[in-house]
Design a protein around this ligand. Structure first.
Ligand SMILES: *Cc1c(COP(=O)(O)O)cnc(C)c1O
Length: 414
């Protein structure tokens, strides 16, 4: 694991301020809705970031998969620069020359027909919920205001008031009611429970094909196929939230590809913005997306020229298949590396492609404590629940760098 000789120096030298100073300076002026690790990043390239003191770290979180192609991937930066010099924003009041290409290429990549461009993941989820409800009333014939959506326990779909309405994470919910009705929560990876929750009012089943925030929980083989068959048989939509699992992370373009399942509605975000701008989308079959007419939904920034240019460049990278193949290949190294640590501080782990949830022996400390030890080893990770940490490196990581990260984990656990 060797850091590159240098990362581009800052263009305009700023008054040097230490990490500690900058962390202290945030406290009085920044909402405390995060508890970041004590590192202040100033520059980055590929899988490496550099803090204000010039220390290098291997980024094994990759912006929760928003940085699947690494920091500042040259093709993405070039696409963004080119677009910055032409046109950045029009609003959807007018057409612009980048949107047709973006929508067509994203639809092509996913095997679906139509794209509703938004910005953040939570907006894509909200938009998917609106499309499903409208479809339930207009097409399925559910009586007005009676539509239900079935979701899974342990879900993470974002932070809006409607989305936290169907979360079962107390920290995310408490204090934010009243909540939006119309959701039913069933255990994840449990087809009989799902079937029991579906009735004539059900617009959709909304699930993550792999639950990332819950600790990279991978359902049993056949679950996604079962959800597909069940939703088809009962006449409701299958909405797959692939905001974190999609776009190469698992070794395939989409996590549902592992079971060759095509959902009715796909939610994408995070890596779609290439680590440059927020870009999200609802992608759906034409007969479903067609329920939306002018004025019924929108976004000032959704599908803006810069977002469309970057999003198109992201799709171009994925079309080569290289990133998926590399994630699948190095995923085997990740899996075997973690298997070797099992019993040596690791009590359990789950991987798919370059994505891992690792349960640490609580006797060795919390996930947070292990993350802090890894920070000292020059590796950035994030804990999720209690003593679980998650690894999701950029898909551009080399074998040598991944081996280095696994060795650092071994040291952090000993
Ligand atoms: C991150 C995430 C979201 C929310 O995305 P934001 O861009 O943070 O709003 C929704 N669903 C899943 C599965 C996610 O991982």
């Amino acid at each position: 694991m060797t850091a590159p000789a240098r990362i581009a120096p800052p263009r305009t030298p700023r008054a040097p301020r230490s990490s500690d100073d900058l962390i202290q300076a945030e406290r009085p002026v920044l909402a405390h809705n995060y508890h970041p690790l004590p590192v202040v990043i100033a520059r980055a390239e590929g899988v490496w970031v550099e803090d204000v003191e010039g220390r290098r770290y291997l980024d094994m979180l990759a912006g929760y998969s928003a940085l699947n192609f690494g920091h500042r991937h040259p093709a993405l930066i070039e696409a963004a620069h080119r677009q910055l010099d032409q046109l950045t924003l029009t609003s959807r009041a007018f057409h612009h020359d980048r949107l047709a290409e973006f929508a067509a290429s994203l639809a092509g990549l996913t095997g679906l027909d139509m794209v509703l461009p938004m910005n953040t993941g939570a907006e894509a989820v909200e938009s998917g919920i609106k499309v499903a409800r409208k479809w339930a009333y207009d097409v399925k014939g559910v009586p007005a205001d009676r539509a239900t959506i079935v979701v899974a326990a342990g879900n993470f779909h974002g932070r809006t008031t409607t989305i936290v309405s169907f979360s079962d994470d107390d920290t995310a919910r408490t204090g934010f009611g009243p909540f939006t009705p119309g959701f039913r929560v069933v255990p994840y990876n449990d087809l009989p429970a799902l079937e029991a929750a579906i009735d004539d009012t059900t617009a959709a089943v909304l699930i993550e094909p792999i639950q990332g925030e819950a600790g990279v929980l991978i359902p049993d083989d056949g679950y996604l196929t079962g959800v597909r068959d069940l939703t088809r048989r009962t006449g409701c939509l299958f909405i797959a939230d692939e905001i974190q699992s999609g776009l190469g992370r698992t070794g395939r373009t989409l996590a549902v590809d592992h079971e060759s399942v095509v959902p009715d509605v796909l939610l994408l975000g995070k890596a779609l913005g290439g680590g440059i701008v927020p870009v999200s989308a609802v992608v759906a079959r034409r007969d479903i997306m067609s329920v939306l007419g002018p004025g019924q939904h929108g976004s000032t920034f959704g599908g803006n020229p810069l977002a469309a240019a970057v999003g198109s460049a992201v799709v171009d990278l994925l079309k080569t298949g290289e990133f998926q193949a590399h994630a699948a290949d190095l995923g085997e190294l990740l899996h075997s590396g973690l298997a070797a640590l099992t019993g040596k501080g690791v009590t359990g782990f789950r991987t798919r492609g370059l994505w891992a949830g690792i349960d640490i022996d609580p006797a060795l400390g919390t996930g947070r404590a292990i993350s802090e030890r890894l920070l000292k080893e020059g590796v950035l990770v994030k804990d999720t629940h209690g003593s679980t940490i998650r690894l999701a490196p950029p898909l551009t990581i080399t074998r040598e760098e991944l081996t280095g990260a696994l060795e650092a984990l071994e040291r952090a656990l000993s």
